[in-house]
Design a protein around this ligand. Structure first.
Ligand SMILES: Nc1ncnc2c1ncn2[C@@H]1O[C@H](COP(=O)(O)OP(=O)(O)OP(=O)(O)O)[C@@H](O)[C@H]1O
Ligand SMILES: [Mg+2]
Length: 289
């Protein structure tokens, strides 16, 4: 089974979680069996979609669509249990020399365990994960880079034995763009765009990854800019609003230009006036198609 893996990242608050949910919905409607994974201690989707519970084991929320919450600790515990079943591996795993180096890089361990779980399908290693597509609502920029750096760091610290082998295999998997896709969500605003641009360049330089850029909350204007410019001159609230929209439109196209200097893989998502969760996610899914 070939499994697709998608990572959704970007600055805090730009719309990663709703975009990840929309991407997962899109894929599930294409007929793939999709798992939407959130990496946090407390579930966002539980409240957002008003679900009874979201935990480590997948919960079905729609046809072909399940959601799960994976912490590093839960992934590590599951993996350890899986390994211990294989006696000889367990022995190697807990062998002294390995454990020493292992403890030295322990801060990266939860990250490694998460990526080990996320990539377990294509690597055919670990407990079964029977999904065609995994969409990860991943960490924000800085922590996301630390997540991706974990396997390489571990592979350098523990070069031999199953730990070194698994770390190298996870590292190879996250760099394999036939398996993993990366989506940087940003707003058409100065700071998020700057962060997105830096992240884009770092992912390219460090991992040879070419993410796409998702410009979220774009104000879509159906009226031509010229008409707005005209309305701007009116001395009224309408005039002021037209001035605001004209400014916004110009600013947005400047931000779009910045994104297009990085990549031609850009998606625009409109700012959607919708308070209900599923209709919002469905509209974003439409824009992603
Ligand atoms: N295109 C859109 N139109 C309207 N509202 C949106 C759009 N995208 C996101 N939102 C809203 O913006 C808010 C932030 O979105 P979301 O929680 O997905 O961001 P996030 O990047 O995951 O945040 P965090 O970094 O805190 O996890 C939410 O209230 C969401 O409903
Ligand atoms: Mg979020």
């Amino acid at each position: 089974m070939k499994q697709e893996i998608h990572f959704v990242t970007g600055k805090g608050g730009v719309g990663k979680s709703v975009v990840a949910a929309a991407l997962a919905l899109c894929k599930s409607r294409e007929g793939q069996k999709v798992l939407l994974v959130e990496l946090r201690d407390q579930s966002f989707y539980k409240d957002f979609f008003d679900l009874p519970s979201v935990g480590f084991q997948p919960t079905a929320i729609k046809d072909n669509l399940s959601v799960a919450l994976w912490t590093g600790e839960a992934c590590l515990q599951e993996y350890a249990r899986h390994l211990i079943k294989v006696e000889s591996l367990a022995k190697l795993f807990f062998e002294n020399a390995v454990m020493k180096a292992f403890i030295n890089v322990a801060p990266a361990l939860p990250e490694l365990a998460i990526l080990g779980k996320v990539t377990s399908g294509p690597r055919k290693h670990g407990p079964p994960l029977p999904f065609d597509c995994i969409v990860v609502d991943a960490f924000a920029t800085g922590h996301f880079i630390a997540l991706l750096e974990a396997p390489k760091g571990m592979a350098q610290a523990v070069q031999f034995g199953p730990m070194g082998e698994q770390s190298r295999s996870i590292d190879a998997c996250i760099r394999n763009q036939d398996l993993c896709s990366y989506h940087i969500v940003t707003l058409p605003e100065e700071l998020p765009m700057k962060e997105a641009s830096e992240l884009y360049q770092r992912l390219g330089a460090e991992f040879s990854i070419n993410p796409d850029i998702i410009l979220n909350k774009m104000v879509s204007l159906t009226m031509p800019l010229a008409s707005l410019q005209e309305a701007k001159s009116e001395d009224s609230d309408i005039g002021q609003f037209a001035a605001y929209l004209a400014h916004q439109a110009e600013h947005q196209s400047a931000m779009y230009k910045k994104a297009s200097e990085l990549t031609n893989k850009i998606k625009n998502i409109p700012l959607i006036f919708e308070t209900k969760s599923w209709p919002l996610v469905e509209k974003i899914a439409e824009a992603l198609k």
